[in-house]
Design a protein around this ligand. Structure first.
Ligand SMILES: Nc1nc2c(ncn2[C@@H]2O[C@H](COP(=O)(O)OP(=O)(O)OP(=O)(O)O)[C@@H](O)[C@H]2O)c(=O)[nH]1
Length: 621
């Protein structure tokens, strides 16, 4: 039984029991009082009558028949016995009376001595009776003058009359009365219980339903409704509660579906609506903070690092790669592996670096889910397969194409939890996409200002920006570098003879020849017009001279297209090295230039290494 109902019922039963007890006790006490009073009056009246009758007998001279009179009196309904006691004064005057007229007990003696009536209840619980012992007082007053017969003083005690009356009938009547009274009270109590239960029922059931609804609400479900059970305040509580929960449910569902829309998930029908929504909102707040952070980052590499941090810290994913698509070169650049920037490709075959279309995510622009089909993408590294990992590759779309690919390499445990994490991971990537696009655009814009549009080589601006870092790099590594100035011989005649377009193509061919002759780490710069600068890193001038000679020969042997003809061109090269020839970059560059002009001066198509004497005679140039 519900607690409230039990408590109310218990309280009512207790009250009713106490009431019954009080009524019973009060009834018993008052009935007892009433019985004693009634018995007192009854016996006193009977005793008075007996006294009067005895007086009459004495006056009439029939006192000797008092025995049969007393026996008749004793048969009167309600009386048990009647006895007359002769006092000592009467005995003195008239001698002993009948045998039973002697005082029987202490009460008789007391009444004879004191002259005062005594009323007592005796006989115990089983056979109770009421006894009245009244004195017979001698009086000369009244209708009969006692002193005319009795030679005793006025008001002296002549004798006493003792009557006993059983009070059993009265007691039984009282008990029956109390019994019915108790019955009535109990019936009333039952009636009260019945009505109380009926009254409490809607309250208790509504309270139970509220309890169940609150329990469900605590678990995130707000769809339980209460049944209005009465037309009073309880019914209106149920209706108000229903309105409240329906309102909360509707608003929460709206918030949940809007939030789910933001992270592109289906709101779950079973889950904890409130907890899920709070969790998703917390996730979205983090996504918003992430977006703000990456927008304020200066370099695209910082954005990649933040994506890597999010994967590790927010999603506890520790094996992954981030690839950047180089759309022009159609290559994939591995920018992060397992949180380490610029690490070599590990989780995919190196083919993808050379041919970005080898990456299925780049080719299709779709998420590549290898969880169930590891062989879906052939480029997934064999080492990773051996580790029984699987992969999920998420392309980040930028300007209509794939700009980046996030490759998650997942253990069995990670595969199990990735479906719940994926919507939020994708929310992060969606926010990152425009920022990556803007940053990569900025980077390529900056890059374009550092490149020569025609040949694709670095330009003089690049040199201005990076000369300092080149120098400090050299100093740090304590290595030498050779600066080589190159200039085509008689290029003007090409322009003049074949036109500028031919001249341009020759310059482009020349750039390819230079790139083919030097290491990837060396820098080939179009310094201006038909003049080029090649910086050979970690190369002193002695080694640089050999490279210069190789280049000179390659150009000399190359046949350039000039319309329908093939022509040969030569070039002159001057070189100087750091730190041997000078301690400042621009100074060494100047020395290389001086050497170049010496080469021109000495007949062209040659390599001249700078010497201090050349500088002394520089005025010549
Ligand atoms: N087609 C073309 N010509 C260029 C370009 N930049 C510079 N030139 C030309 O290169 C020629 C350089 O001529 P000069 O400085 O007289 O030298 P040169 O004719 O090469 O003779 P030397 O350097 O003395 O051997 C000029 O005619 C420029 O117009 C370019 O981007 N394209």
């Amino acid at each position: 039984m519900p607690k409230l109902q039990t408590k109310m019922m218990a309280a009512l039963v207790t009250v009713m029991l106490l009431l019954t007890l009080v009524i019973t006790l009060a009834s018993l006490l008052s009935l007892r009082e009433f019985s004693i009073r009634a018995a007192t009056e009854h016996t006193r009246t009977a005793a008075e009558i007996t006294l009067v009758a005895l007086t009459e007998s004495m006056v009439n001279g029939t006192i000797h028949t008092r025995d049969s009179f007393l026996q008749r009196i004793a048969h009167v309904e309600g009386l048990d016995s009647v006895r007359v006691i002769r006092g000592p004064l009467v005995e003195d005057q008239f001698g002993h009376g009948l045998l039973e007229e002697t005082p029987g007990d202490a009460i008789d003696h007391a009444v004879l001595i004191n002259g005062e009536a005594v009323y007592t209840l005796s006989g115990g619980y089983l056979s109770p009776y009421f006894r009245a012992t009244l004195p017979y007082i001698a009086s000369s007053q009244g209708e009969v003058n006692c002193l005319s017969c009795h030679a005793v003083p006025e008001n002296s005690v002549l004798g006493a009359v003792t009557l006993t009356a059983s009070i059993e009938p009265m007691r039984q009547a009282a008990l029956i009365t109390v019994f019915f009274l108790v019955l009535a009270v109990l019936a009333f109590a039952l009636l009260c219980l019945f009505f109380l239960k009926r009254l409490l029922n809607p309250l208790v059931l509504t309270a139970q339903e509220i309890q169940a609804a609150v329990d469900q609400a605590s678990a995130g479900h707000f769809d339980l409704r209460l049944q209005p059970r009465s037309q009073d305040e309880i019914g209106s509580i149920a209706e108000s509660f229903n309105r409240l929960t329906a309102g909360i449910n509707q608003k929460l569902s709206e918030i949940r579906s809007n939030v789910a829309h933001l992270v592109m998930t289906q709101p779950s029908q079973q889950g904890d609506l409130l907890a899920e929504t709070a969790q998703t909102v917390a996730g979205l707040v983090k996504v918003a903070k992430f977006k703000q952070a990456i927008e304020e980052d200066e370099h695209i590499s910082e954005v990649y690092q933040r994506i890597s941090d999010v994967l590790q810290e927010e999603f506890l994913l520790h094996t992954f790669s981030i690839y950047e698509v180089d759309a022009q070169q159609k290559r994939l650049i591995t920018v992060n592996v397992d949180g380490i920037a610029q690490a070599p490709t590990y989780w995919c075959s190196a083919d993808i670096n050379e041919h970005c279309r080898a990456c299925r995510a780049v080719r299709t622009g779709h998420r590549i889910d290898g969880i169930d089909h590891t062989s879906l993408c052939r480029s997934f590294a064999d080492e990773a397969r051996k580790e029984e990992s699987s992969y999920l590759c998420l392309p980040i779309l930028q300007a209509g194409g794939v700009g980046c690919v996030i490759q998650l390499v997942l253990s069995a445990e990670e595969q199990a939890r990735i479906p719940t994490q994926l919507p939020l991971i994708e929310a992060y990537l969606r926010e990152a996409a425009p920022v990556l696009q803007a940053k990569s655009l900025m980077a390529s814009l900056k890059e374009s200002t550092l490149n020569d549009a025609m040949t694709g080589l670095r330009n003089r601006r690049f040199l201005e920006e990076y000369s300092e870092s080149l120098m400090s790099q050299c100093k740090r590594r304590e290595s030498a570098m050779t600066l080589m100035m190159l200039d085509l011989d008689y290029f003007k005649t090409v322009n003049d003879t074949y036109g500028h377009d031919v001249g341009d193509h020759i310059l482009i061919d020349l750039a390819h020849i230079f790139l083919a002759q030097v290491r990837d780490s060396d820098l080939v710069i179009r310094y201006g017009g038909e003049e080029f600068l090649i910086i050979l890193l970690d190369t002193p001038a002695a080694a640089g001279e050999k490279v210069a000679e190789k280049i000179r020969l390659a150009v000399e042997e190359h046949q350039f297209k000039a319309g329908h003809q093939l022509i040969n061109k030569t070039l002159s090269i001057g070189l100087a090295d750091f730190p041997h020839d000078g301690q400042a970059f621009w100074q060494v560059l100047k020395f290389a230039d001086v050497a170049l002009y010496t080469a021109k001066d000495q007949g062209r198509n040659r390599v001249i290494r700078f010497t201090p004497e050349l500088w002394l005679s520089k005025e010549k140039y």
